[in-house]
Design a protein around this ligand. Structure first.
Ligand code: SAT
Ligand code: MN
Length: 603
């Protein structure tokens, strides 16, 4: 084994050096490369990756700095059934997580890591989640035998020597050990050890299973740390709405998958709003960390990530022009179609992009794809979970505070789901406690994108179900308890862009017009807009929403905002499925809120 002796090694403190040494003794890589995060290093890694067949360089006129990668076709999405919270007792993981005892997990996985990096390079990837110097920023060090993971971490996090600067001579860093091994689903495990601040991932090289800063650290481990230290790690976008007056309102929002979270984070307001001087800017599209600022007593938030790992199919200049611009340079495309251009250079293609299908391409499985094959077999060129990995700095509407270590004060938290019936377009919780209940019982209908039945309401508390790194009941209790730590707490809202009428048609235009709903939310937060009390919360009347130019009548708005008592009673019954699963330790506040809702509906 050779150990590189570059400056990056010297920059790491003795705790890191000792830990890397111990892991290398287990994994036995041929070579250890310590990454420093420089542009030169990046270029060299991509070159190496192209030589090794990990990457294909795309046509650099069309896609400057962009590369294509294909993951193993058995390894194209997170694998929740192979994801474990590993704590001394099952109670630590709670009723919604897979649990393995920490001792058993170490004992099971350690033999798999033995010699797993023989003949390979171990990359030492130091990274920060959060802006350098933020009170919440956390350092992680990932050891990985995947070059693809190494460069992806360079986009998704603040990677390199900057992390040693944040860490100083401390021992507080998340120890992330990752080996693709033989990419065999039978030997694939994503194990979290919250008490040890450690993540062991083996047998996968893609997405949240392998880029350990994202769901593993920034959500599962961080949610546990947040509960211990009185802050919050949430599966939320973070955006700023700037009014013509210059007033800025920061909004965090949680939506289960397939509800258009990335599109909302990069929302393009209708033209008349743009003309009037409204601006929407993005801080993050997936994760927020929030803490109570001691001076203001308000909830402040940062986006711990530095890049976007966004779904590609369906992204085009109509659905999300800002995402298209974000991926236009220095990005990686994974599991999309690969097209050979007449001059021998390479291009990418995916379903529902801006361009016509190519006469042929290589699909996500490495097979030939033609429009003819697609017609006959339904085969897709791009996997539905194919992704772009892009630096957030590419986003044309990146918020000016995206790198501010002090974060931004959050005025509104929005929960939303995909609900064709029952749930109105928008309403406001009566208070924080009621808002937590709305988040806890958040439901969304399954779409064709997910496996299983279509159109079934799945409960997904705070859109965090697969990402809560500890007991869900303690997680909900933590949400309630946070109220006491704030002097001025965010207002909580619920939205549903997806309500349908009796003819099965969407009742709300959605997309950029969601700005109109956002405007009411902002005006509520700023103490400007009116609302009426209903059994389920505060609601705008038709005249409180800007409907100008939409072609909706007041009756249409009444329909989209209507609350049917019978339907809501059924909704309550359907929430029981989740609540029964949590029974026993369910925070009493949930029961109280439920009872209050029942009595308001019954009166
Ligand atoms: O693969 S990731 O977990 O990063 C993306 C997702 O599934 O939401
Ligand atoms: Mn996500």
């Amino acid at each position: 084994m050779t150990t590189a002796t570059n400056a990056a090694v010297a920059a790491a403190n003795t705790y890191v050096q000792q830990w890397v040494k111990e892991q290398a003794e287990i994994c036995k890589p041929d070579k250890i490369v310590w990454l420093n995060g420089s542009q030169q290093e990046r270029d060299a890694l991509f070159e190496q990756g192209c030589r090794d067949g990990v990457f294909v360089k795309l046509n650099q006129q069309k896609w400057p700095g962009c590369y294509y990668h294909r993951s193993n076709s058995n390894d194209v999405a997170r694998t929740e059934h192979l994801t474990f919270i590993c704590t001394p007792t099952a109670d630590g993981a709670g009723p919604t997580n897979n649990w393995m005892s920490d001792k058993d997990a170490y004992a099971k996985l350690k033999p798999m890591y033995e010699g797993s990096m023989k003949g390979r390079t171990m990359y030492v990837i130091p990274f920060i989640m959060g802006p350098l110097g933020s009170p919440l920023a956390k350092v992680g060090v990932q050891l990985s035998d995947s070059l693809y993971v190494a460069v992806s971490m360079g986009i998704m996090t603040r990677m390199g020597d900057v992390a040693w600067k944040q860490l100083g001579d401390g021992n507080e860093f998340t120890r992330c050990l990752h080996s693709v091994l033989d990419c065999n689903p039978d030997r694939r495990f994503i194990c979290h050890f919250p008490q040890d601040n450690t993540i062991w991932s083996i047998g996968s090289g893609y997405g949240g299973n392998a880029l350990l800063g994202k769901k593993c650290l920034a959500l599962r481990i961080a949610s546990y740390l947040g509960q211990q230290q009185s802050w919050m790690a949430e599966h939320m976008l973070l955006m700023c709405a700037q009014a013509p007056s210059g007033e800025k309102t920061y909004v965090a929002a949680a939506f289960p998958s397939a509800c258009g979270k990335t599109n909302f984070a990069m929302l393009i307001p209708p033209e008349k709003y743009q003309k009037a001087g409204w601006k929407i800017t993005t801080l993050g599209d997936d994760i927020v960390w929030m803490w109570v600022d001691q001076k203001s007593g308000k909830l402040h938030a940062i986006n711990p990530e530095a890049g976007y790992f966004g779904v590609v199919p369906g992204t085009n200049t109509r659905s999300n022009p800002n995402a298209i611009k974000a991926m236009s340079k220095n990005s990686i495309f994974t599991n999309v179609g690969l097209v050979t251009l007449p001059d021998g250079s390479y291009d990418v293609w995916w379903e529902d992009c801006d361009e016509e299908p190519p006469a042929k391409c290589i699909d996500w499985q490495g097979k030939e794809w033609t429009p003819e094959i697609a017609r006959k077999t339904g085969a897709k060129a791009a996997h539905p979970n194919s992704r772009f990995t892009a630096p957030m700095a590419n986003n044309p509407v990146l918020d000016a505070s995206a790198n501010d270590p002090a974060g931004v004060p959050v005025s509104a938290i929005i929960f939303g789901g995909r609900r064709s019936k029952t749930v109105p377009l928008v309403f406001q919780a009566f208070n924080w406690m009621h808002g937590v209940y709305l988040g806890a019982t958040l439901g969304s209908e399954t779409t064709a994108a997910a496996t299983g039945q279509v159109g079934v309401v799945r409960r997904d508390p705070m859109a965090m179900l697969p990402f809560i790194g500890y007991n869900v009941n303690e997680y909900l209790a933590h949400w309630f308890r946070m109220r006491r730590t704030m002097k001025d707490c965010p207002r909580i809202f619920h939205v549903n862009w997806f309500r349908k009428n009796d003819q099965g048609k969407f009742m709300w235009p959605g997309f950029g017009d969601n700005m109109r709903v956002l405007k009411w939310i902002i005006d509520r937060c700023q103490g400007r807009a009116y609302a009426v009390e209903t059994p389920i919360g505060w609601m705008p009347r038709a005249q409180d929403l800007d409907l100008d130019g939409l072609g909706l009548s007041p009756a249409d708005v009444e329909a989209i905002q209507s609350v049917n008592v019978q339907e809501y009673m059924s909704e309550l019954l359907s929430q029981e499925e989740l609540l029964l699963k949590l029974a026993g330790e369910l925070p009493k506040e949930i029961v109280f809120q439920r009872e209050l809702l029942v009595s308001r509906l019954a009166l």
